[in-house]
Design a protein around this ligand. Structure first.
Ligand SMILES: [Zn+2]
Length: 394
């Protein structure tokens, strides 16, 4: 009876890839200070979403930007052409702040970039910024109450009343997604920029240890299924990718940017970080373009099991809270395996398409009664065999 309770993207149909649409805009961004592709990397002295806290039972967003440590007086460049909507001295710890609206960065949407703790501003409100090689300001230091750094935000939200002195935009009620957009208003700045800049060394590679603390969006897009009530939060932290689901039906995760055509052999580690028994969720390595075929660790209403889904009767009961999934395609046969300890166990096989496919790592449930707060992690996605085909550099 648990067969009806899988979370399957094939039933959802129209997953949305925001980051793909960001990439397709074709307007490359530049880093405001430093540039990792030219050997002058930025250094993050405080991360995005660092130090969230709980007030009256509600989680309040932490740091809504990134702090990039640079010397006092460093040139700060606009990430892209745009229109200056704020350029003023807020004094106190904000010092001087520039906010630029970018109306063409993502088709149909306005994205704002915010540069704070400046000692000098070189553009005025109402100015059009056209030349991204001209600085818009100079970074500040102790006079702004902090060690020298640029506080930098990228968001879809712009308030006429940002609060001076708070150190970052004061908007605790907003929903912030750590990696993927969903309904979020703030982006992780380095992810956003890296998603726009083609870094040759990152293209063409699918394997990922998730050690970078920033999801590599040259490799992965966010899997944001149609809203069915549940919230899904992704975070590349603790050297793996964590996926957290709130209460309700739905699911989410990531999907590879590259595809594999022909035979393949891929695997990934999973860990169940918060997984009450019989919670009705499944965690999965899937062949995204093959109708939802994947290896699942499923928590059914009366049993815990591994499964090759969908459409397969291959189930193996388990009490594992960590292990590995593996999918192998030979011709039109797709086989699923799981591993705990040193041995791979064959789960089952089914006949599938031979066309190219991307791969998804996700968590989800179709059970309306399923509890929230489920947390899993993926690690060490690895392509053992197969020829990848990757999107062209944006
Ligand atoms: Zn900051």
């Amino acid at each position: 009876m648990f067969l009806t309770r899988r979370w399957l993207f094939i039933t959802a149909g129209t997953a949305v890839f925001l980051l793909s649409s960001v990439r397709s805009s074709g307007s490359a961004l530049r880093f405001p200070v430093g540039d990792p592709s030219s050997g002058s990397p930025y250094t993050i002295s405080q991360k995005f979403q660092d130090a969230p806290f709980i007030l009256n039972g509600k989680t309040i967003s932490g740091h809504l930007g990134e702090d990039w440590a640079v010397d006092v007086g460093t040139n700060v460049f606009p990430i892209a052409p745009g229109h200056v909507v704020r350029s003023r001295d807020f004094q106190d710890n904000w010092c001087k702040v520039v906010i630029i609206a970018h109306e063409n960065l993502v088709p149909g949407r306005t994205i704002y970039s915010l540069y704070a703790h400046l000692i000098s501003i070189l553009v005025g409100e109402g100015d059009d910024v056209i030349d991204v090689t001209k600085p818009i300001g100079l970074s500040g230091g102790p006079q702004c109450g902090y060690p020298p750094h640029l506080h930098f935000e990228i968001k879809e939200y712009h308030s006429a009343n940002i609060t001076p002195g708070s150190g970052y935009t004061d908007e605790p009620a907003l929903n912030v997604d750590l990696l993927c957009h969903n309904d979020a208003t703030f982006f992780r700045p380095s992810s956003f920029i890296l998603g726009q800049i083609a870094i040759p060394s990152l293209l063409g590679s699918m394997s990922d240890k998730f050690d970078g603390d920033v999801l590599n969006i040259n490799r992965w897009g966010c899997l944001v299924p149609p809203s069915q009530g549940a919230s899904v939060t992704l975070a590349d932290i603790n050297q793996h990718l964590e996926v957290l689901m709130g209460t309700g039906v739905g699911g989410g995760g990531i999907v590879s940017q590259c595809s594999i055509s022909g035979d393949f052999d891929v695997q990934v580690d999973y860990i169940l970080l918060n997984w009450p028994i019989n919670n009705n969720h499944s965690v999965r390595l899937g062949a995204y373009d093959l109708g939802g075929v994947g290896v699942l660790r499923f928590s059914a209403s009366s049993s815990e099991l591994y499964e090759l889904g969908p459409g397969s009767t291959a189930h193996t009961p388990t009490n594992d809270t960590a292990g590995q999934f593996r999918l192998v395609r030979t011709g039109s046969t797709i086989s699923g395996f799981f591993r705990t300890g040193s041995n791979w166990t064959f789960l089952g096989s089914e006949t599938g398409a031979t066309s190219a496919t991307r791969f998804n790592l996700d968590l989800g449930t179709n059970g309306t009664f399923a509890p929230g707060g489920i947390v899993v992690a993926f690690d060490n996605f690895q392509v053992n065999a197969g020829s990848s085909v990757c999107p062209a550099a944006p």
